[in-house]
Design a protein. Structure first.
Length: 525
């Protein structure tokens, strides 16, 4: 039997940017609520809601000051309850973002912890003495630039932070920390949420003796400074798996809840997050489609490597984009973004889709005065462009807000928006709608086996099959035409990047234009 989170599609909402119900320029929970009909029409199964908890917003909510409440910008607990209920009525699940590696420096726990060395919460965070010369305890770096330690003059120690100094790292070796954090998970589970996406799961535990990270021999200057060291002592420590097991055990006390982990690691390390006995995360995010060059040979090899590395009974998953990564339509171009849609929706495993990709949103253009993202301000790589407001209509504010949007609405919203694309079957949204429809209806696509097909050039091909029903997927990741030949390729095109090809009979020789992608139902199915 396949569970909802195996055959279903996860849709990520970045709440600040989805729909603003009160005109303050920032999206909110009632805004998401009002779009449930759209999401049901689109055919997704679960919404992952990025953080909506009280927060000073140093990292737009990934700095949580209270794990068991809602930030007034986004609404109230009652709004969250109403969203969960209304989503469930439509058969849509709600997945919350859980940020366990660090809290806000304004969280009462940290305020207590930093108040004195003898405070009972001192050990809830990672405090350490300076080196004799007064410098930080070791060479660890912050992902967001600068040292991974900040000096506290009051208590004369450094505290550790993998991200901003406003995001102090919790000490997950401390049992009280674990109990408090599991209490937060339980709070939301009891309110009916269907699972969690766990932020930077592989960062949770650090080397107990704070050893220096080694230099990265492959570092090329110009890359983000964080990459100058290999974070072998500050991330992916063996003890992290005990914590993942504890989180999973908690979820398993409820029925069919899902544990998704954000883990940016190579495949052989990533798959360890499923747990040695399948008792870890259900879905450690697989970011290969985000991190690899857009090349058929590279992607074909990566899919096979991943399929081969998956532990027995582990369920695969795929991601094309999220709030931290440039949008797919900007990365590979609009024509290839259609091919990418076919790929995401036909690979074996749970797809996670980023809001706006279904209409082909591209990275927005943000002036320095409009910049919001702390990563962008500190180390360049701004994430603002992929966080611009959802484009609902051609009007002012793109139907996102009646006020001044917190990030500018893309100039492209006049032609790239839900209202326009819903009327146009040739649009990106039309394509996504047909693909999702097909995927939902066909066990071969949402649960079936995956078999790679040998190809040449920039063509990627595979077969999905279940109960004798077989689909051949042929994707041209290049811009030039290509003749794809396959003895078994006899059938009918059911979904295509170019809608004119839908219904076309296929007989062994399949001419592909550049940027063409086809889903073919094979004869005899
Ligand atoms: C994760 C989030 C990112 C955030 C960081 C720190 O990578 O996805 O948005 O800035 O963690 O919490």
């Amino acid at each position: 039997m396949t569970l909802w989170w195996q055959k279903g599609i996860v849709y990520q909402v970045y709440p600040r940017s989805y729909a603003d119900s009160n005109g303050d320029g920032i999206g909110d929970l009632p805004g998401i609520h009002a779009k449930l009909d759209y999401l049901q029409w689109l055919g997704i199964d679960a919404i992952w809601v990025s953080p909506v908890f009280p927060s000073p917003m140093a990292d737009h909510g990934y700095d949580v000051a209270n794990y068991v409440d809602i930030h007034p910008l986004f609404g109230t607990l009652a709004d969250m309850d109403a969203l969960i209920e209304a989503a469930h009525q439509r058969g849509i699940k709600i997945i919350l973002d859980f940020v366990p590696n660090h809290t806000s420096n304004q969280h009462p726990w940290f305020l207590e912890s930093r108040s004195s060395r003898t405070n009972p919460k001192r050990d809830w965070y990672l405090w350490a003495d300076p080196k004799p010369d007064g410098s930080p305890p070791n060479n660890w770096l912050s992902v967001f630039g600068g040292p991974g330690w900040t000096w506290d003059p009051e208590t004369q120690q450094y505290y550790c932070h993998a991200f901003l100094k406003e995001q102090p790292d919790l000490n997950w070796r401390n049992r009280e920390v674990r109990a408090a954090m599991y209490g937060a998970l339980q709070f939301w589970l009891d309110r009916g949420v269907d699972g969690f996406r766990v932020d930077v799961l592989w960062h949770l535990i650090k080397d107990g003796t704070y050893r220096d990270n080694p230099q990265n021999p492959d570092y090329v200057s110009g890359q983000t400074p964080y990459n100058s060291l290999l974070p072998v002592y500050s991330t992916d420590q063996p003890e992290v798996h005990e914590i993942v097991r504890e989180m999973r055990a908690l979820l398993d006390r409820y029925s069919e809840r899902v544990l998704i982990g954000e883990v940016y690691l190579p495949i052989h390390r990533l798959v360890s997050y499923y747990g040695a006995a399948q008792d870890g995360a259900h879905l450690p995010f697989n970011f290969q489609l985000v991190t690899l060059p857009w090349s058929a040979t590279q992607i074909a090899a990566a899919v096979s490597e991943y399929e081969g590395a998956l532990p027995l009974n582990a369920w695969p998953n795929w991601v094309l984009g999220n709030h931290d990564q440039p949008r797919i339509a900007s990365r590979v171009g609009l024509a290839q973004a259609r091919v990418a849609a076919l790929l995401l929706m036909t690979l074996r495993g749970t797809p996670t889709h980023y809001y706006g990709d279904e209409i082909g949103m591209r990275d927005g253009v943000i002036t320095p005065e409009e910049a919001e993202d702390p990563q962008g301000k500190n180390v360049g790589l701004s994430r603002d462009p992929q966080r611009t407001p959802m484009q609902w209509s051609a009007g002012r504010g793109a139907g996102f807000t009646t006020g001044k949007p917190w990030l500018p609405v893309s100039m492209e919203h006049a032609r790239c928006n839900v209202a326009v694309e819903q009327q146009d079957p040739d649009s990106m949204l039309g394509l996504y709608r047909r693909l999702i429809d097909l995927r939902r209806a066909e066990p071969a696509l949402n649960a079936g086996s995956y078999t790679p097909v040998a190809t040449q050039g920039e063509v990627l091909s595979y077969i999905r099959e279940q109960d004798g029903r077989r689909f051949l997927i042929v994707l041209n990741l290049g811009h030039s035409s290509h003749l794809f030949s396959q003895r078994d390729a006899v059938g009918t095109v059911v979904v295509a990047t170019d809608r004119a090809r839908e219904g076309e009979p296929i007989n062994q020789r399949v001419p592909l234009m550049g940027d063409d992608g086809l889903v073919v139902l094979l004869n005899g199915s």
